[in-house]
Every structure is written in structure tokens, then in C-alpha cells.
Ligand binder design. Structure first.
Ligand code: ACO
Length: 354
């Protein structure tokens, strides 16, 4: 599709003159230097670096955050020491707890630059672990702190590096729904913690970051099934979606899924890798018959769910684990949007109720 620059002054004021699809498919609403998702060829880059090189260059999420947020290869955020008390979290759902933590931890904090924000964001997974976990102590690596707190046992080095690989791969993905929500909040001049809370809320939906829960329950339901293709076909006939498949932008396998398939193998086949692989093959065959005109391939959530489950994380904790990673990308977009100085305020076409 050809991109056409329309000067602000030339934009029509009559909403009837510009119509975009309700899901904003193929509509470009921002310019970004942070990442690029090439859906046709299945390529993903962070700040111009191919994702396969990013994971080699940044073995931990903590190492990735300063560069991703600031764009500066040598950025070194100061250590973040503040944190709210445990009781602020109450008994809410994990995503609500993370949103409350981010909001409370950022209350009154000086977050005036990308570098200060990187320090804040780097501290959040370990803060979350400390608040919800079982006596996590203060290990250096947030991935280790997180696993220790969420599973109650000390993770192996392979498990820590698997979570880091997942966090690096999930840190950023251009203008997906939650990043758009963060940019909308940023465009109003909201502070970073509030904008991150908007991202967390948006990521919680089952079509976005909530998908691993659906992936794991679909895999469990298919465990005793001899005829996988028949069972998957019946799910589609009932109007259900195959969780972990399809993507708004990719028309190929999601490059992050391919990397996570490899990460799953480093965990020694835990988490039902063989069953998952059979379901994946059956699902691809069934989807190709179901929607021949629409390529529906495996997305990041399918293998993310399996990796997180192999790491001992419970299904309800998968979205929050994803959100911790994405705090990095959201923060980068927050600053990019603030730099435009432009309020995001589209129009709706009014039609009287029938
Ligand atoms: N299973 C079955 N059918 C599907 C699937 C699927 N996983 N994905 C898309 N389709 C079908 C739709 O039903 C639709 O059919 P229709 O034209 O007859 O209505 C057609 O393919 C096109 O789908 P859209 O909904 O227009 O595609 P969209 O771009 O909105 O979908 C989405 C993207 C939401 C990810 C979708 O593929 C889906 O629901 N997948 C399952 C949930 C999932 O895995 N989410 C995680 C995505 S990755 C992430 O957010 C980090």
C-alpha cells in the first residue's frame, strides 16, 4: 500500500471524508525508530538490528532495556531503589497488581528523561517479584528474582536464560494494541507510570497478551485426542479461534515463535513439547483448509505459553510475565510519542441509533 503524507492543514474536518477500518488495519498512525515488523517476510528488527542478532547481543533483558528505551548503545541507568509496600497490591488479578505497582512505584518519582525511565522500568519485574513472591530475596538478575518468586524454587541457569530470552524477544513489537494505548496516553501528557498502566490494561485481553492462557487450556483439552485435526476442526466450527495462531501483521511464522521453539528445547522437552508440536502441525493443516485465502501461521504466544509453562509459571501469570518484558518497548514509545507533541484524537462518524 502506498503511504501518502497529508499535511495537517489539508485534513478535512468532515469525518465522512476519511474512513478507516474499525481495527485500523494497514493504517499508519505514527512514525517510529524503535522497531519494524515486516509481516510479509516475517522479519523483526529492534532499532535496525535483526531480532536474531538482538538476542545474541543482549543475553539479558536488563542489558537490553537501556538501549531499547534510549536508543543509545552505551546508556547506563542508575540503580532504582524505591518501591511501594506490599499491601498496595491487595488480592487483585496479576495484571491489575502490576498496573497498581507501576502506578504506585512511579508516584512522585522523577521520570523526566528516557534514561531515568529506563532505570525505573528495569526495577519493575524484581519489584513485582518482591511484592507477590515467596521470600524472593534480592538476586541480581530480575529474571532470576521473578522465577524464584513466582515458582517458589531457585531456577537453574538454563531457566534464567530462557526467561531472559523470552523477555528480550517480547520487549517490543511496534504499534500493537497495547503500545498504541501507551502512545495515546503519552499524547495527552500523562506521566509514564499512568501510560504504562494503560498498556498493561490493553495487553490483558485474550486476543493480545492474554492468549497464553487460551493456548495452554486448548493444549490440555487436546491431550487425550487421537484425531487432532478433527478436534481442531470442530473447535473452528463452534466459532472458536485456535489460540497462538494468526496475526494482524505477520503472514508468515512469527520470527519470535521460531526462536522460542529453540528456547523450549533448551529446557529439555519440559512442558509437553512433543504434544505441542503435533498440535501445531495439525492446527496449521486445519487452518490452511479453514481459511485458504488467509495465511494463518503460529504466533509468539504459542511457544511463549509453552516456555513459560516449562519454567513452572501458572497460566494466570503468563500475561504479567509478558507485560514485564513489554514495559521496555512501551517506555521507548512513550518518549517517541512525547517528542511529537501531538495529541492523538481521531474522530468518529456519528450515525443516529436505528
Ligand atoms: N483461529 C481461527 N480463525 C482465525 C484465527 C485463529 N487463530 N485468526 C484469524 N482467524 C480468522 C478470523 O476468524 C477471520 O475470519 P473471517 O474473515 O471469516 O471473520 C480471518 O481469519 C481474519 O481474522 P481477523 O480477525 O481479521 O484477523 P486479525 O488481524 O484481527 O487477527 C488475531 C489477529 C487477533 C491475533 C487473530 O489471529 C486471533 O484471534 N488469534 C488467536 C488469538 C491469539 O493467538 N492472539 C495472540 C496474538 S500475538 C500478540 O498479540 C502478542
Amino acid at each position: 500500500m502506498k503511504e501518502t503524507e497529508v499535511p495537517q492543514s489539508a485534513l478535512p474536518t468532515n469525518p465522512a471524508r476519511i474512513t478507516v477500518p474499525p481495527g485500523l488495519d494497514n493504517v499508519i498512525v505514527a512514525t517510529t525508530h524503535i522497531s519494524d515488523v515486516d509481516g510479509a517476510s516475517g522479519r523483526l528488527t529492534y532499532r535496525g538490528v535483526a531480532i536474531s542478532d538482538v538476542v545474541e547481543r543482549y543475553p539479558t533483558w536488563t542489558a537490553l532495556v537501556p538501549w531499547l528505551v534510549t536508543g543509545l548503545p552505551d546508556a547506563e541507568p542508575a540503580a532504582w531503589t524505591d518501591g511501594p509496600p506490599r499491601q498496595i497490591l491487595g488480592t487483585a488479578d496479576p495484571m491489575a497488581r502490576l498496573a497498581m505497582l507501576v502506578w504506585a512505584a512511579g508516584d512522585g518519582a522523577v521520570l523526566d528523561t528516557p534514561l531515568e525511565s529506563a532505570a525505573f522500568v528495569q526495577s519493575l519485574p524484581a519489584q513485582y517479584a518482591r511484592l507477590v513472591g515467596r521470600g524472593a530475596g534480592k538476586p541480581e538478575d530480575p529474571a532470576r528474582a521473578f522465577l524464584l518468586a513466582m515458582t517458589g524454587h531457585a531456577p537453574t541457569p538454563a531457566e534464567v536464560s530462557a526467561l531472559n530470552a523470552y523477555w528480550v524477544l517480547a520487549a517490543e513489537h511496534s504499534l500493537n494494541a497495547s503500545t498504541f494505548a501507551v502512545r495515546v496516553a503519552a499524547s495527552t501528557g500523562a506521566r509514564l507510570p499512568e501510560a504504562l498502566a494503560a498498556g498493561i490494561a490493553t495487553l490483558s485481553g485474550p486476543l493480545h497478551g492474554g492468549a497464553p492462557t487460551g493456548v495452554l487450556s486448548q493444549l490440555a483439552a487436546l491431550e487425550q485426542e487421537a484425531d487432532l485435526e478433527g478436534a481442531l476442526w470442530r473447535l473452528l466450527e463452534r466459532g472458536e479461534r485456535l489460540m497462538g495462531f494468526g496475526h494482524r501483521v505477520y503472514r508468515t511464522e512469527d520470527p519470535r515463535a521460531a526462536r522460542l521453539r529453540g528456547v523450549l528445547h533448551t529446557l529439555g522437552g519440559a512442558g509437553g513439547a512433543e504434544h505441542a508440536s503435533r498440535v501445531e502441525q495439525a492446527a496449521l493443516a486445519v487452518l490452511a483448509r479453514w481459511k485458504p485465502e488467509r495465511p494463518l501461521a503460529v504466533n509468539v504466544e504459542f511457544y511463549a505459553a509453552l516456555v513459560l509453562s516449562a519454567l513452572g509459571l501458572a497460566a494466570p501469570d503468563c500475561p504479567v510475565t509478558f507485560a514485564c518484558a513489554r514495559l521496555a518497548g512501551w517506555t521507548a514509545h512513550y518518549w517517541e510519542q512525547r517528542a511529537t507533541g501531538r495529541l492523538i484524537r481521531p474522530l468518529a462518524r456519528y450515525t443516529p441509533s436505528p
